[in-house]
Design a protein around this ligand. Sequence first.
Ligand code: F6P
Length: 323
Amino acid sequence: MSEITRIGVLTSGGDAPGMNAAIRAVVRSGIYNGFSVYGIRRGYEGLLTGDMTEMNLRSVSNIMSRGGTILNTARSKAFNTQEGIERAKNMADIFRLDAIVVIGGDGSFRGARDLARVGVKVMGIPATIDNDIGCSDYTIGFDTALNTVTDAIDKIKDTAYSHERCSVVEVMGRDAGYIALHAGIANGAEAVILPEKSFELNNDIIKPIIDCRNRGKHHYVVVIAEGVGDSAKISEQIQNITGIRTTTTILGHLQRGGKPTVRDRVNAGLMAARATELLKAGVYNRIIATKGEQIVDIDIEEALNMKKTIDDRMISTSKILSL
Ligand code: F6P
């Protein structure tokens, strides 16, 4: 039987639509499983300072459809030191937290692993719009962000079509191109540029645009992930070389907000419920993940060593589909 009776929950790193649905599910399923549940504010910052309060079934009413996170989030510099980890453990002891559920991305899970190494029991739930967590096929927030991006590019394409222009659209993804690649396919981009793959302006952008023009196209979309660099400069180069009027749109933080989609709500609910179910069974230091449609759990040390790579077939298919 589990010795765990009191758990904390926090959101950390960049926010993602669906984090609230995950908080709600941790609180509801946690209470169902017999735990008291503490909401920790501002991620690891709140753990360091003891900024936490007990939540009840009604504390999480009417939050599932809201973007962002009611617990707030942060990237804590103070926590990211050995002293910070020890202080956080001490605060977990002061509040008699038997385990902490961390909702966030890779950086947040590295923090959770550091806590696990000093004896704090943890559980991780992947939430980031970037979908770049090695151990999980899917991360909460990705679908909502993609729908936002797709909707935005549809609108940009309307005006690009009318004016016969080229639209360069920069999407989020400092280190990961999953948003860019999926949006590229969903929006029929003539070129998609990702941080994981080096690119050559003439071969990967200019030539496809000119070829498409010669095959009868009059408007073009180039999707660039944020981590690639200066999208405005690339835009200028496209215009200078092709003579096609080229605009730049940086979608920015628009992509991180908004109502979570059904996919994000359902994943948040199922992942969080699995997290508290495992804690009840006395299992901890795991990351909840998806493998295809299945919800699985993986040892946190092992999970952090797993790598996910861009599927090259998706890149080649995206090129074929925009011919
Ligand atoms: O949450 C992931 C992410 O959106 C990345 O794609 C992006 O590079 C980063 O966060 C930006 O974070 P912030 O706006 O918090 O600096």
